[in-house]
Design a protein around this ligand. Structure first.
Ligand SMILES: [Zn+2]
Length: 138
């Protein structure tokens, strides 16, 4: 997955740790970075999730370590895809597996009538289904 940097070179997407207010470490945030001029930016697809995660921290967060893939399906998939033992598996297969996993969770959440959980699983499914995310981009 690449994007052109303002300096003209290609920016490469990687999972990185974002540090908020020197206190909160958020691991596995997809970030585009340019090796040539060191510019970096958060992958736009995950910005809303990162913003809302930071919003839940309040203005004076305590020291903590968060895993961004817990709130972002895109980060979750990127973590899976970059796991070495999965390196040989096609991305489509990993995504299909995750969709099946989420559908199972959705059935379970629905049978428990847990509205919050149902909404969470639905949100995750819609993140994966997001049209702007092509499987070929990974
Ligand atoms: Zn650059």
């Amino acid at each position: 997955m690449q994007k052109q940097c303002k300096c003209g070179k290609a920016m490469i997407i990687r999972l990185r740790t974002v540090i908020y207010q020197n206190k909160v470490e958020i691991e596995n945030v997809p970030i585009f970075s340019c090796d040539s001029c060191s510019r970096s930016e958060v992958f736009s697809e995950v910005k809303p999730d990162l913003t809302s995660l930071i919003g839940t921290l309040g203005s004076k967060p305590g020291k903590q370590l968060l895993q961004f893939q817990d709130v972002s399906e895109i980060a979750h998939l990127m973590v899976k895809v970059t796991e070495k033992k999965r390196a040989a598996d096609p991305v489509e297969m990993i995504i299909d597996e995750r969709i099946n996993e989420l559908l199972d969770l959705l059935l379970l959440a629905q049978s428990l009538q847990d509205e919050v959980w149902i909404a969470d699983v639905r949100k995750r499914l819609s993140q994966i289904a997001s049209r702007s995310l092509s499987t070929h981009d990974f």
